[in-house]
Design a protein. Structure first.
Lengths: 331, 331
């Protein structure tokens, strides 16, 4: 791996998913139909990861991802590979789009690395750029599954946290320097008791882990849960701002936020491409509040880019990188 | 004590409906064929409710992408924007954007009621309307109106839906889930009550106001009791502890109690806690209606059918436990 120097100020990154590329679409379809095994389809997935990585590199993103090309969905992917889960049936996410909401039917158990091969593949094509290891957190996994076994959310979340911890260890052993745990469900119940459950789980996940520890939360009432999560054992919160019109900003100031911040400046729910000036304005908006130095601000999209067309996603990333470059001069 | 049951709201889509909707989006199905395919699912869900002995049924709202969409599509000066999470679900609705005072191009319910009343007979059909306060607060308001004015205008249009279905003697349900939020403000509840009273004028004895996803605060509930709807529907399973703390006798209203979990797939059971909440809500009343905690559109289709059947059995069970009489369609 060649040494890539991540900029000191306003490094750019992604939250994780990239639009599904054709080889991955074909492979996932064949996998679902049982026409071929994961091993047989691996070349397709590797090709998709390669393209996703090349796009991010082309855009100039500093800390990249594998584009989550092998993941049918952020929950289903893990559920299908952790013992104790069984496949679910189709449940609506929006419009006429569905996911196969998985079912926990017995004790959950990690049996083999789940994401390490994808991380290694991405790293091979990343031109030295660091690749995030990205996992769906236990809180979200349980919230977005049907639980027929534990029937007690706390018990289920803690049990799963202990198993996901093994995946984090596997990623770190493979060389991952950035570990991101996605907990979008946390913003949906912004209450102290919920934050405490998720916090317990994060302690299990991250205790003694030697990597940059990130938790991603998005699309909900994050401002309400913020005071209860600030002492989470993480280095960085990666949060959505753009879609909610930066509603969260004054609360960061109010609560004396001082961790690193993954600052979402790209709306992933619209195909409208943010201009460089618009993104710069977003960065200025944060910096003028004098909450964090630029060294603690990571510029990224609100969330994964999977719902966008590839050309739009790429254009958004390019503008984001361009804006970050200018911001580095400015701040 | 009379005990009867009705499903709260929409059903999920089975394979047939999903594929028909997909084909319509692709333009590969004729309009007449699409209507036939969708009718099959509507007939199935109506049939299942009747088989469960429910005297009031919903048509399932199978084609609705979310509770707001059919109204948005049929109204002037409102369109849809990006996606936003719908309460604490892994489900996203499209944000209505009001750009002027909305007006009806075509009402949503009269055609449906004409179509489905015969199928429902001898059960009575229920129409479900988005609560004007929930809708106004969950929209982007670029109409130059205050939130209150927008909600009032929405209520005016919803009133038209009621007027145009009067001849069918339908039940009318107004959904105000936003009042279950822990940060819900009392004046929202006051406005919801005032507007609901306008919408249901003349049909109070077959009207329901529904609050779900959580149990409302005591103050919100007290305010809610100002509604002239005969029925007040509350979700007591999502957070039984909160329901236990905040429940109070519903005075002159008949409680519609969400006891069958509409968002999870396990077999429902009635605990002593749930039973005591039901008793508390009913006070000295002589009628109780059982329902699903929420719409069932976020669980797989076959589970929704199963839950309908459970609801029917629950009516018998609770009637027996309360020493009352189960009122079933076929008895």
């Amino acid at each position: 791996m060649t040494g890539y120097e991540v900029p000191r100020k306003f490094p750019t990154t992604v939250v994780g998913s990239y639009p599904k590329l054709e080889p991955a679409k074909i492979a996932l379809k064949r996998l679902r139909k049982g026409e071929a095994s994961e091993e047989e389809l691996r070349p397709f997935f590797e090709q998709a990861i390669r393209i996703a990585v090349e796009d991010q590199v082309k855009a100039g993103v500093d800390i990249i991802s594998d584009g989550e090309q092998t993941r049918e969905d952020m929950v289903v992917f893990f559920a299908e590979r952790v013992e104790g889960y069984m496949p679910g049936e189709w449940v609506k996410i929006f419009d006429n789009v569905y996911f196969r909401k998985p079912i926990i039917y017995s004790q959950v158990k990690w049996v083999r690395p789940l994401t390490v091969e994808d991380w290694k593949t991405a790293t091979r094509f990343s031109m030295g750029r660091p690749v995030k290891g990205i996992l769906t957190g236990p809180y979200t996994m349980i919230e977005w599954s049907f639980d027929l076994h534990y029937r007690d959310r706390y018990e289920a979340i803690i049990a799963l946290a202990k198993e996901i911890r093994k995946e984090i260890e596997a990623l770190v052993n493979a060389g991952a320097k950035y570990i991101q745990v996605d907990e979008p469900a946390l913003s949906t119940r912004p209450w102290r008791e919920e934050a405490e459950i998720a916090g317990e789980a994060l302690k299990i996940l991250f205790k003694g882990i030697e990597a940059k520890k990130i938790v991603h939360i998005c699309f909900g009432r994050v401002e309400e849960i913020l005071p209860y999560i600030l002492d989470y054992p993480v280095d960085q919160f990666d949060l959505e701002f753009k879609n909610s019109d930066f509603r969260l900003l004054p609360y960061l100031k109010e609560y004396g936020y001082d961790k690193e911040l993954g600052y979402g400046v790209i709306d992933v729910h619209t195909t409208q491409i943010e201009t460089v000036e618009e993104i710069l304005e977003s960065i200025d908006r944060l910096m003028k509040l004098d909450i964090l130095p630029p060294e603690k601000v990571y510029i990224d999209p609100d969330c994964g880019l999977k719902r966008l067309p590839r050309d739009i996603a790429l254009a958004k990333l390019k503008n984001m990188v361009e804006a970050a470059k200018i911001a580095r001069e400015r701040w | 004590m009379k005990v009867w049951g009705m499903v709260l709201g929409g059903y999920p889509r089975g394979r047939l409906a999903r594929y028909s909707l997909r084909d319509r989006e692709r333009g590969t199905i004729r309009s007449s064929q699409f209507s036939v395919e969708m009718l099959k699912t509507h007939a199935e869900v109506i049939g299942v409710q009747k088989a469960a002995g429910l005297p009031v049924v919903v048509d399932g709202m199978i084609g609705w992408h979310d509770i707001f969409r059919p109204f948005i599509r049929n109204w002037r000066n409102v369109s849809v924007d990006g996606l936003l999470r719908y309460f604490d679900n892994n489900f996203f609705y499209r944000i209505p954007v009001f750009t002027g005072e909305p007006d009806i191009i075509e009402p949503v319910w009269p055609g449906r009621v004409a179509e489905f009343s015969l199928l429902a007979d001898p059960a009575r059909l229920k129409i479900v309307l988005p609560g004007p306060v929930t809708m106004a607060l969950m929209s982007k308001n670029k109409a130059g109106l205050s939130t209150e004015e927008l909600a009032e205008r929405i209520a005016y249009l919803l009133r038209r839906e009621v007027e145009l279905t009067l001849e069918y003697n339908v039940y009318v349900q107004i959904d105000e889930p936003i009042l279950s939020m822990r940060n819900a403000e009392e004046h929202w509840a006051g406005l919801a009550v005032e507007l609901a009273n306008n919408i249901i004028s003349g049909v109070e004895d077959r009207s329901i106001i529904a609050v779900y996803f959580d149990f409302p605060s005591k103050k919100i509930l007290e305010t809610l009791l100002g509604v002239r709807a005969k029925y007040v529907s509350l979700d007591i399973v999502d957070s039984p502890r909160r329901a236990e703390e905040n429940a109070l006798p519903l005075d002159d209203h008949v409680p519609v109690v969400g006891v069958v979990d509409g968002r999870r797939i396990h077999e429902d059971r009635i605990s002593d806690t749930i039973l005591s909440i039901i008793k508390k809500l009913s006070g000295s009343g002589d009628e109780i209606v059982l329902t699903t905690t929420t719409w069932m559109d976020l669980i797989p289709f076959r589970y929704a059918l199963k839950k309908t059947n459970i609801l029917g059995r629950m009516v018998d069970f609770i009637a027996e436990r309360l020493g009352g009489e189960a009122v079933k369609l076929w008895r």
